[in-house]
Write a protein that binds this ligand. Structure first.
Ligand SMILES: Cc1ncc(C[n+]2csc(CCOP(=O)(O)OP(=O)(O)O)c2C)c(N)n1
Ligand SMILES: [Mg+2]
Length: 568
């Protein structure tokens, strides 16, 4: 087949660059792309699978989650400025989650004569012409480009995927007008090769030696990481260093990654334990973490040495970031941890007293972990920890959990067993409403696994559940959403009490704008969107309800289990 339009060229270039899915919210701007998909299909030419979307933020969360699982950027096609606006807070999550995604937005046509060139033929096409469409995402996108001519298309798409995937990964935002999409393609010099994704820098040998020497001599070292376990290699590297160096691993402050098995003696059980370990530390190794501790919750030792390893240790996208760092290393976290472990093993081999110190630390952590009380199975009223205990009974080690539990994130980290790499993910960012779209993306990437979102009731509603659940049915990507329903925005209530302990809100035990008094009937909402629904109020009813929901899930139907938890 001879490609007829630039849109056909665009769709085939996406496939050539490894984009498997095109999440599409169509509009008048996408007609050439829609036609291109069928034309390529009839010609037997490769094209990404098009997944129809009914809300853009859901698609972007899905693409973000797909990246989290695979490290491969996918494409989201949105309608001009309006579709870009609907990406909403998910663009911020992409930035902070360092997710590689390509967003392509239509741009209103240039031509004002209509006709077959794709020019304007509806009033809306004048109205949607805004001065700075990319400005909507400029503060969050890693790279922005308009495709103004057919001959630049191959370079624009190649570069978009390259920039999106290179570390720190991020959003590439492209715009293209309908008339450019209608133009004949320029294939004369088109190429798909030569857009190599840069290999991240290897850790500097001198810095590795300093870190290993510090860990060898330390009395109370800590590894503070947030996302190095997002890959199996990172998870393995953390475990190997923990086994050798006997150091606790904190990683619960920013959500969304299993950095170490929750059963490992180095895994700290909660935020208080993590803060205590940071306060006691003489060596802190921060690896791929943006918020390694809360300054107000710890008291760093005067003699502490802080080492910081990150593909982007300067974190220029964060205007204020002033954690004290003695040695900063630009490197991939997993590679750096592996190098540090090898260096440390070499030191221990040559120095028996170091080997003994490391072994003592390992034993101490194991003894401390063995002393931790085992939780009792809950009865009576449901609590967030009780929900985690029920989940532990019914889900498998390889099931993948998406966490967006907000004030109950600590219950997830404290109570939910996650022992295998890449079995927990989340937005790692401030925009609520990720979990449902994220579940779709995880299921696309891991169709053989069960996908379970644990979400606040507010976050569930931010996730556009009518869209996400119907998209799950449409795409064949069912997930289970477990809602921790505390009847509103607890996270927006607690700060009012915290800042005004003697205030009116604290006295009334409520804060304006934070209680849902007319919440939806969640099981009915689920049923209306082709999903199985359950509402649970008593702890003893939860396991059977979850089992029914998982049976529905295993049969291919999405499910929602509303857990009513009574919280201030
Ligand atoms: C898109 C978006 N809007 C508003 C907020 C501010 N916000 C942060 S937490 C929160 C409440 C979340 O409620 P819920 O998911 O029910 O969790 P809970 O606080 O009850 O634990 C809100 C509104 C946000 N982070 N993102
Ligand atoms: Mg809530």
């Amino acid at each position: 087949m001879k490609l007829k339009t630039t849109a056909e060229h665009l769709v085939s270039l996406l496939a050539a660059h490894g984009v498997e899915y095109l999440f599409l919210n169509p509009g008048t701007d996408t007609a050439p792309v829609q036609e291109a998909v069928y034309a390529l299909e009839e010609a037997g030419l490769p094209a990404p699978t098009v997944l129809p979307s009914t809300f853009e933020s859901v698609s972007l969360a899905a693409a973000h989650a797909y990246w989290n699982m695979t490290g491969r950027p996918q494409a989201v096609f949105v309608h001009v400025d309006a579709g870009t606006q609907n990406l909403g807070a998910m663009v911020h999550n992409v930035l902070r989650g360092r997710a590689g995604v390509v967003v392509i937005a239509g741009k209103t046509p240039y031509g004002e004569e209509g006709g077959p060139s794709g020019g304007r033929n509806r009033p809306i096409q004048w109205q949607q012409d805004v001065p700075d469409q990319p400005g909507i995402v400029r503060g969050y996108a890693k790279w922005v480009q308009e495709i103004t001519r057919p001959e630049m298309l191959d370079r624009a798409i190649g570069r978009a995927v390259q920039v999106a995937a290179s570390s720190p990964a991020g959003m590439a935002y492209l715009t293209v007008s309908r008339d450019v999409l209608m133009d004949p393609p320029r294939l004369d010099h088109s190429r798909v090769s030569g857009f190599a994704v840069p290999v991240p820098p290897a850790p500097d040998a001198t810095a590795v030696a300093r870190i290993a020497a510090a860990l060898a001599a330390a009395e109370a070292p800590v590894l503070a990481t947030s996302r190095v376990g997002r890959t199996a290699a990172g998870f393995a590297a953390v475990e190997a260093l923990a086994n050798l160096a006997g150091l606790p691993v904190t990683g619960r402050l920013e959500t969304g990654t299993v950095n170490i098995s929750s059963r490992h003696p180095s895994s700290l059980p909660n935020e208080a334990a993590a803060a205590a370990a940071i306060s006691a530390a003489d060596v802190i190794l921060v690896v791929e973490s943006d918020v390694p501790w809360l300054p107000g919750a710890v008291r760093l030792r005067a003699d502490v040495q802080v080492f910081h390893v990150d593909p982007d240790p300067a974190k220029a996208s964060m205007p204020l970031w002033s954690y004290p760092v003695d040695v900063a290393v630009q490197a991939d976290g997993a590679a750096a941890l592996t190098a540090v472990a090898a260096e440390l093993a070499g030191i221990a081999d040559g120095q028996p007293e170091v080997a003994q110190r490391l072994a003592d630390r390992v034993t101490r952590l194991r003894d401390r972990a063995a002393e931790r009380p085992r939780p009792e199975p809950p009865t009576g009223a449901l609590t967030p920890l009780g929900v985690m205990s029920a989940l532990n009974q019914v889900i498998d080690a390889e099931d993948i959990v998406i966490e967006e539990a907000v004030t109950n994130a600590s219950a997830v980290y404290e109570g939910l067993e996650r022992t295998r790499p890449c079995t927990l993910t989340g937005p790692t960012g401030p925009g609520l409403g990720w979990a449902l779209g994220g579940s779709l993306g995880v299921k696309l990437a891991r169709p053989d696994r069960r996908v379970i979102a644990v979400t606040g009731d507010g976050s569930f509603l931010f996730g556009v559940p009518t869209s996400a659940l119907t998209m799950a049915a449409e795409w064949g990507t069912p997930f289970l959403a477990v809602i921790l329903n505390n009847k509103g925005y607890r996270a927006s209530r607690l700060p009012v009490y915290g800042l005004f302990p003697e205030g009116v809100s604290a006295r009334r035990r409520t804060a304006v704008g934070t209680r849902f008094t007319r919440a939806p009937d969640y099981p009915a909402l689920a049923a209306a969107c082709h999903a199985h629904g359950e509402r649970v109020e008593k702890a003893e009813d939860l396991v059977p309800a979850l089992r029914r929901a998982l049976a529905a899930l295993d049969a291919g139907q999405a499910a929602v289990v509303e857990c009513v938890v009574d919280q201030d």
